[in-house]
Design a protein around this ligand. Structure first.
Ligand SMILES: *Cc1c(COP(=O)(O)O)cnc(C)c1O
Length: 395
């Protein structure tokens, strides 16, 4: 009865054994500082170089275009602030979207306080950015466009190649937060005309606290930490060698089987969607029906609080996630669900399930079975549901 089904791969993933095995020697035996000139230093340097090649190779970049960071958040900060500072003579206007991760949104808000102007593009009911709307938002002083590759809450895949096309034609730097897309969707920065790309190891079966930023050759970037000459003077600080080694291995493994991985996840995810839609009333699937990450399903269950569902699912051994946080009794719906036009009371009933390699055959079935039971139970207690369905006999 202590079954555990992890359906929160968009939050983080376990570290694969092959990844951990490659990392371990760099903690205690091969502990050199990659800046040192002796054999210990050279050993660490060689490990970082190998990881850099693997990371670059996975996205079609060149080795020298990869900067290792402490994760997706730092990569987003470095990309946006780094370009803003380096290009402010040219202009102070940035374009992004309303559905970005907080690492992008809060960085943009910070820059607004520093005198930059930011346009937050709307999205349609599926969470898609319109390339036409984006093109119209471009001004003569626009220096950066930042649009995420795939949304972390609803899984929507943005029209990245079209956006890359527009940005390149207008000679504006294009950054994409691809933290959720790497490993699930093939990415080629050359073909997609991406100038900067953020990625993170712990979303692809690597360690937490390590990520990378791809910066196309020729783009200026103001460093956001100052110190030694690490990472071609763009990110000071002694390199996290075990973490970087782990990222290199994780991204290599991911790249070797994107198709098979996506297929496996899609099959489990589709089963869950079908099971829920066929057995639960008053439920909607958020995000685009096809243009979405293979492992992502995000539902809004009407007449239910997402947090209550999450907690009861947790008791049944299922780990899921909700975008809406209940703070002192007042609900603040997720900015993503608000942006796709969900009314607050429906957004409140939203839960995200994200499949990955921790899942096996039968997990979707177990999840369907538990959701049906719990939703029934919660709705039986909901006065709103009773009223709506005309089941309240004494009224
Ligand atoms: C997880 C995530 C991040 C943050 O990455 P960290 O490595 O956890 O800092 C940024 N963007 C998206 C879309 C994410 O899903």
């Amino acid at each position: 009865m202590d079954r555990h089904v992890y359906l929160d791969h968009a939050a983080t993933t376990f570290v694969k054994k092959e990844v951990l095995d490659e990392m371990l020697p760099y903690f205690a035996e091969k502990y050199g500082n990659a800046s040192s000139l002796h054999r210990d230093g050279r050993e660490a340097r060689a490990a970082i170089d190998r990881a850099r090649s693997r990371t670059a190779g996975a996205i079609g970049a060149r080795d020298e275009e990869i900067i290792f960071t402490s994760g997706g958040t730092e990569s987003d900060n470095l990309a946006i602030k780094g370009v803003a500072e380096a290009y402010e003579q040219k202009g102070r206007h940035i374009i992004t979207t309303k559905i970005e991760h907080d690492a992008v949104l809060n960085t943009c808000e910070y820059l607004e306080k520093k005198g930059f102007e930011v346009t937050y593009l709307p999205v349609d009911e599926y969470g898609l950015v319109s390339p036409e709307t984006l093109e119209k938002a471009i001004r003569s002083d626009t220096i950066l466009i930042s649009v995420m590759f795939a949304n972390n809450e609803i899984g929507t895949l943005e029209p990245i190649d079209k956006i890359g096309e527009i940005a390149r034609a207008k000679n504006i730097i294009f950054h994409t937060d691809a933290v959720q897309a790497v490993g699930s969707v093939p990415i080629d920065v050359e073909k997609m005309k991406i100038d900067m790309l953020s990625l993170s190891a712990h979303k692809i079966y690597g360690p937490k606290g390590t990520g990378a930023l791809y910066v196309k050759k020729g783009i200026k970037l103001s460093p956001q930490s100052h110190g030694g000459a690490h990472e071609s003077k763009r990110r000071a600080g002694t390199e996290n060698v075990p973490g970087i080694v782990g990222l290199g291995k994780a991204i290599e493994l991911a790249g070797a089987n994107i198709g098979g991985y996506a297929e496996r996840l899609r099959a489990m995810r589709e089963k869950l969607i079908r099971g829920i839609q066929e057995n639960v009333s008053d439920v909607r699937l958020n995000g685009h029906p096809e243009k979405r990450l293979p492992g992502n399903a995000n539902f809004s269950f009407e007449f239910i609080e997402g947090e209550a569902l999450l907690l009861l699912l947790d008791m049944a051994g299922i780990s899921s996630s909700t975008g809406s946080a209940c703070t002192s009794g007042s609900f603040k719906p997720s900015h993503v669900l608000s942006a796709i036009g969900l009314p607050a009371e429906i957004a409140q009933g939203s839960v995200r399930f994200t499949f990955g390699d921790a899942n096996k055959e039968g997990d979707a079935d177990y999840c369907i079975e538990q959701i049906i039971k719990i939703v029934q139970r919660l709705r039986a207690m909901s006065p709103l549901f009773a009223q709506e369905k005309g089941m309240r006999k004494n009224v």
